[in-house]
Design a protein. Structure first.
Length: 524
């Protein structure tokens, strides 16, 4: 079976609308009302920062002991009546579920968490908040509900599209958006060079450093925040303007234009929290750094979509990943074959649901290969492993990248290897550069995630890992606050001249080094 049988919900409320239309507020009010009647509840979101924000809001409305937080990195009172969490950490059953940003079920890598909650969860009452483009798909997923109703939400403050904003003219309280760490740091350096106060926000930042950058902008300590699309999924910042330096992104497979709903989610962050109607403006960003060429037409269309104009588009596919019992509980060496078999069976069973797609299994296979290599096991079906299938599967599904500390963690869990050498003294962390501090924070975060699943891993207590991550967060925040942490992000490594931040050398130097120059593609 593709999915286990579940109990259909008694009542579903589908909240559809653009950003800043009150969808999340309505979902949280629903959970509060359920809790006041003695029922349990779960709030599920795509980002830990959004889960943390909902957790703080729930704590102001309910007794703190009744509220918990559960993400890939934090566990606070996880057995509480009402829990705010990331979708992957959500309880599969309960009285009430508020599922936010549900259009994420179309994401090939993470959509399975939303799909499973809708298709296999057992919650009596469900509130789903999503972009309008996902309405038809979500109704199909919840077709078995006893009662379903739709509430259309309108944006509370209209967005305005304006001409290009520049480093010297972008208003205080703005966000500049790009889609890589080096691009963010290069744009940050440019703003500082123009005498603007600015900070940064991007995925490699640990949570503590992220919270500090948000605090600095909210407190008015800096004028501009340069950020990736982490702000596009419900993070509420007091932004007067959002300026797109890029409108293409690398999604792990290819560099592609932003989808309209993705651009609209980001644009909709403007004009929030006490900024009067009409204060939210969106534009392209005219940077002097080479390589940035945002699509004005896409930005204009995103503003219209964020204001609630029909986009004419529809999100039509939901993705689903297997759970351990659905694989048949194979031995560790048989897991790749079980995954392949599951995908084949899932494709056949999904024919009855044209909107349902088996999620790619390549990431899971990468995790398996990294774990296998870490313990020196042969790549054979009959190869003996030092651990059982469920343990290997838990390692494969940890929120840890194959390129991160997964190999060390797997070796520690399966063979008892010590990981104490990964810890660093505070004096060492305080001297780290940005790259090293980010790597150390990521390693400590991985150890902490593993510790929640397996207990102390490699002799490292989760509290020690947490302390190391916080120390690295403070170092990163200090580097960002003082001056541009990577001043050469947009300079050619050879000549020191201007260079697109995602390349090491400018065109002339690249051609000279590689031998490829204009009409001589082979270097002859």
């Amino acid at each position: 079976m593709l999915l286990a049988q579940r109990t259909p919900p008694d009542r579903v409320v589908l909240r559809l609308g653009p950003t800043n239309s009150g969808k999340t507020h309505g979902a949280i009010e629903f959970l509060v009302a359920q809790a006041e009647q003695g029922r349990s509840g779960t709030y599920a979101a795509p980002l830990r920062m959004l889960a943390q924000e909902a957790y703080e809001r729930l704590r102001t409305r309910l007794p703190p002991e009744r509220v918990g937080l559960l993400t890939g990195e934090e566990r606070i009172n996880p057995q509480a009546d009402v829990v705010s969490c990331t979708a992957e950490s959500a309880r599969i059953s309960g009285d009430a579920l508020a599922l936010d940003e549900a259009h994420w079920l179309a994401d090939p890598d993470r959509g399975h968490a939303w799909t499973r909650l809708l298709l296999a969860g057992s919650h009596r009452h469900i509130h789903v908040a999503a972009a309008p483009e996902a309405g038809h798909l979500i109704r199909a997923a919840l077709a078995g509900a006893r009662h379903i109703e739709t509430e259309q939400h309108a944006r509370q403050a209209e967005l305005l599209h304006t001409s290009a904003l520049k480093p010297a003219t972008i208003p205080a309280g703005s966000a500049v958006v790009a889609f890589s760490r080096r691009a963010v740091l290069a744009l940050h350096r440019e703003l500082l060079d123009h005498g603007r106060s600015a900070t940064v926000l991007y995925g490699a930042m640990p949570p503590g450093a992220r919270r500090e950058q948000i605090r600095r902008l909210t407190a008015g300590e800096v004028e501009v925040i340069v950020t990736t699309d982490v702000i596009g999924h419900g993070i509420n910042l007091p932004l007067r303007a959002v300026a797109f330096a890029e409108t293409t992104k690398f999604d792990g497979r290819e560099r592609r234009p932003l989808r309209l709903w993705e651009a609209a989610q980001i644009a909709g962050r403007a004009g929030r929290r006490g900024l009067g109607a009409g204060d939210g403006t969106v534009a392209v960003y005219a940077s002097g750094v080479p390589g940035f060429a945002p699509d004005r037409g896409l930005v204009r269309a995103a503003v219209a979509a964020a204001n609630g104009a029909p986009s004419g588009l529809s999100i039509t596919r939901a993705h689903l990943r297997p759970d351990w019992p659905e694989l048949g509980e194979p031995a560790p060496a048989e897991i790749p074959h079980a995954l392949t078999g599951w995908r084949r069976a899932a494709r056949h069973e999904a024919r009855a649901h044209p909107w349902l797609r088996p999620a790619p299994i390549e990431t899971l296979l990468d995790q398996w290969h990294a774990i296998r290599a870490s313990v020196g096991v042969r790549a054979a079906v009959d190869a003996p492993w030092p651990g059982a299938g469920p343990t290997v599967w838990r390692l494969m599904t940890l929120p840890v990248d194959a390129g991160g500390a997964l190999a060390e963690i797997a070796s520690a869990v399966l063979t008892g290897r010590s990981l104490r050498k990964l810890l660093r003294a505070g004096s060492v962390i305080s001297r780290m550069g940005l790259d090293e501090a980010e790597r150390h924070a990521a390693t400590m975060r991985d150890l902490r995630a593993a510790g929640r699943s397996f207990g102390p891993v490699g002799g490292v207590d989760p509290e020690e890992a947490s302390a190391g991550e916080e120390a690295a967060s403070r170092r990163i925040a200090g580097l960002v606050a003082r001056h541009g942490p990577l001043a050469d992000a947009s300079l050619c490594a050879s000549c020191g001249g201007p260079c697109a931040p995602w390349f090491r050398r400018c065109d002339d130097c690249h051609h000279a080094v590689s031998g490829w120059y204009y009409g001589d593609p082979y270097g002859w």
